[in-house]
Design a protein around this ligand. Sequence first.
Ligand code: ADP
Length: 249
Amino acid sequence: FMRQSIQARAEAVARTEFLSNMSHDIRTPLNAIIGMTAIAGANIGDTNRVKDCLSKIASSGKHLLSLINEILDVSKIESGRIELSEEPFDLSVMLKDLVDINRPQADAKRQKVIIRVKDIVHEEVIGDHVRLQQIYTNLVSNAIKYTPEGGTIDITLEEKNAGSAKIAQYDFTVKDNGIGIPKEAQTSVFERFYRVDKSRSKQTGGTGLGLSIVKHGAQVHHAQIAMQSALGEGTTITLTFPAQSSGKK
Ligand code: ADP
């Protein structure tokens, strides 16, 4: 009886947690879709503009659909066993989609978003596109959220041991010049529900789950996370991850 009630409670906690995770992840592409629809509506006579919006709506929609497909597989998530898919995808396409999804939030705060792709030899890798994009989106949306108006978000993707054969190493870095994270909180921010302080939480909203998703995702991808942050100066988070090259360049 005892064991059963503990299990039931754990399940209830997992379900609540799961719903909160998802509200965080669904909001970003949905905001992009709504934003792009408004831009297209305001520029209905400008064919190129409308075409551009439609393609962004399509990529956000695709991302959302993949997320929802994952969500519907609740049993897997509740049992803690999420299988990673292994499909070839193009890293620079993913980076472009990622920026398209987050751009409306950055534009709304008049932030500059700089993207740099360095030394990429193997562009097509084999891995779980949706999960990787979910991790990156959390990092980029945090950078936007915790950087004041007019700030700068630097996104870099770099291949480390470029040239080596099957497993390539990549550094994905998101750098902002925002409010920063105090030293004593730099480990805790990766815990579930942890938020730095009430005053900043009130302004931004959020669940305290974004970085725990990043941490979990990094673990399953055998990625390393490095954080550098100073209060009032900004935050840099680098994810170093191995990925199998598809063989195509
Ligand atoms: P949420 O953003 O929903 O609060 P996260 O788990 O994504 O949850 O982040 C945890 C906390 O870490 C945030 O509440 C915020 O205070 C801090 N944080 C995360 N990213 C940044 C960043 N780029 N700059 C400053 N603070 C950040």
